[in-house]
Design a protein around this ligand. Structure first.
Ligand SMILES: *[C@@H]1O[C@H](CO)[C@@H](O)[C@H](O)[C@H]1NC(C)=O
Ligand SMILES: *[C@@H]1O[C@H](CO)[C@@H](O)[C@H](O)[C@H]1NC(C)=O
Ligand SMILES: *[C@@H]1O[C@H](CO)[C@@H](O)[C@H](O)[C@H]1NC(C)=O
Ligand SMILES: *[C@@H]1O[C@H](CO)[C@@H](O)[C@H](O)[C@H]1NC(C)=O
Length: 485
């Protein structure tokens, strides 16, 4: 009897599992991507949103921006240097990566390099036993959750090898190997084309440098005017183009070429390479610390945020340590205000409890691609997708029971499957309140007319490279935004 029951039970189980398995065939698959796509490291980079730049070196002690290369290392003496303070300031303001100028144009090295005496080793700081790169690496490790990046200036006004292609590229690559072998994981390396007009003429072996960097560091992103992982945004104001594609044609780019800045600023909807833009700007007028300068106003910082992070970019924000070796209290204070403001504006999504509706949905009503995905906490891999056939006139709606008051709208695309949206508009209770082109990782609209009140927010996608995939929509109130000012 027992055997029979067991047998019947097994049969039933088999039938159920067979049913489940065959049902699986019908689960709607995700839409196909549209190339190019970000790499794993580029995607991680994009999600950081905020990166801190630290310009520090002999210029900090000479009140200059471009050192001459003739500085005496004896002037470098940051007696109170404490990288834990830098990291604390960065972490509290929401930065997850800190990029240090290991060497600026003056050629002075912040680590004891085997290949030059022009470094911390010849300075009085810690009696020549100091290493600023190591201090930052240790402080980041102690804190946890903070990564390190480095800038190594190609232009070197001190080293005699500069101007001789073979010798200088040899020197430069030896230093790259020191920096990328000795200090653990380095997440971004920064190369620029800055160079004085009367500097000696020479070629940099960029392809050799890039290959060496990738060989030594698996998850690093290389920044330059031309990538290969992250591109310059084309200005030092921190502003991306009103249209900003993460895609561009790398073959049209070259490093230090002033005629491509507009192309860098907007990217290219037809671009064959994924090469998102980084917006570099300083908290003060200069990149290095100067006693006479003070931090920009909070409203300016917020403007920069909306025009960088809010235009599909990452903001690389420079906070220069002072000659004591600490981030100045007025900079730290301004960063606390900045973080406070960002939290005030964005930590609540007023649309959280609203309903959603869309022009269509991929698969059936129970598929994974419904419009409610734009209100969950995942901003990358859960998204609303319309039906494949429906290429045009797609829309998604947030419908709220109570009237909401807001002046900022945030939209995010599921960029893991490629950047798609070319043109969109936003309506509140039937009235157009915002329009724009690209969305990408994040698009923030500060409403021109200020605060609006309404119940139904409709985002229309007018043009798109493929069906639009929206991963997040936010409605926010920004008390700092006064469009008349
Ligand atoms: C630098 O070298 C390039 C290539 O050899 C040459 O075309 C250019 O005229 C040189 N510029 C100067 C300022 O000497
Ligand atoms: C600078 O970029 C323009 C536009 O792509 C290109 O025509 C020109 O050859 C570039 N110049 C150099 C020196 O690479
Ligand atoms: C970029 O490359 C694509 C594909 O080759 C091409 O269609 C497009 O016109 C290029 N963009 C520019 C600005 O040349
Ligand atoms: C650098 O900043 C620290 C922290 O605010 C401050 O104590 C110190 O006096 C500053 N150094 C200079 C030279 O201003």
């Amino acid at each position: 009897m027992d055997t029979l029951r067991c047998f019947l039970f097994t049969i039933t189980l088999l039938q159920v599992s067979k049913f489940v398995i065959s049902k699986r065939d019908q689960v709607t698959t995700p839409p196909l991507p549209i190339l190019p796509l970000p790499s794993f490291s580029q995607l991680k980079w994009q999600e950081r949103e905020l990166i801190m730049f630290l310009h520090f070196g002999v210029n900090t002690f000479t009140d200059s921006e471009w050192g001459t290369g003739h500085e005496n290392p004896a002037i470098f003496n940051p007696v109170g240097l404490n990288a834990n303070q830098w990291v604390k300031v960065a972490a509290e303001a929401g930065f997850s990566l800190m990029i240090l100028t290991a060497k600026h144009h003056d050629g002075f090295c912040l680590w004891p390099s085997k290949y030059t005496g022009h470094s911390v080793e010849s300075s009085p700081w810690k009696k020549g036993h100091g290493d600023v790169v190591q201090e930052l690496v240790n402080a980041a490790k102690n804190h946890g959750g903070i990564d390190v990046g480095l800038y190594l200036s190609p232009w070197d006004r001190h080293d005699k090898r500069y101007g001789n292609d073979l010798e200088y590229n040899g020197y430069y690559m030896a230093q790259l190997q020191e920096l990328l072998n000795k200090y653990g994981s380095i997440r971004e390396i920064w190369f620029d084309g800055a160079k004085g007009s009367n500097a000696p003429n020479m070629s940099y072996y960029f392809s050799d440098w890039f290959s060496m960097v990738k060989e030594l560091q698996a998850s690093i992103n290389i920044f330059s005017d031309a990538g290969p992982d992250v591109r310059w945004v084309g200005n030092e104001n921190g502003f991306a183009g009103d249209s900003c594609w993460s895609t561009i044609n790398r073959t049209s780019l070259s490093i230090g070429n002033g005629s491509i800045v507009d192309y860098l600023n907007t990217g290219d909807p037809e671009g064959t390479d994924w090469l998102p833009a980084e917006c570099d700007v300083s908290i003060r007028r200069g990149w290095f610390w100067h006693k006479s300068e003070s931090p920009k106003k909070l409203s300016m910082l917020l403007d920069i945020y909306y025009k960088s992070v809010g235009r599909n970019c990452v903001l690389l924000f420079n906070v220069p340590p002072n000659s004591t070796g600490l981030v100045s209290e007025d900079d730290a204070q301004r960063l606390r205000e900045f973080r406070g403001a960002i939290d005030t504006i964005f930590s609540t999504n007023l649309a959280d409890k609203c309903l959603t509706k869309a022009s269509s949905q991929r698969g059936d009503k129970d598929s994974d691609f419904g419009p409610q995905n734009v209100l969950d906490s995942d901003h990358l891999w859960t998204y609303w997708a319309p039906k494949d056939e429906e290429f045009k006139d797609n829309w998604i709606e947030i419908k709220c029971i109570d009237e909401l008051r807001f002046n900022v709208i945030s939209i995010q695309e599921a960029i893991g499957l490629g950047q798609r949206i070319k043109q969109h508009e936003v309506y509140v209770d039937g009235k157009k309140v915002a329009k724009g082109t690209t969305v990408g990782h994040k698009r923030l609209h500060r409403l021109e007319e200020g605060v609006v009140e309404g119940r139904i927010v409709r985002i229309k996608i007018l043009k798109s490279r493929a069906v639009p995939l929206i991963s997040s929509v936010g409605l926010h109130y920004d008390p700092f935004w006064h469009p008349d000012n």
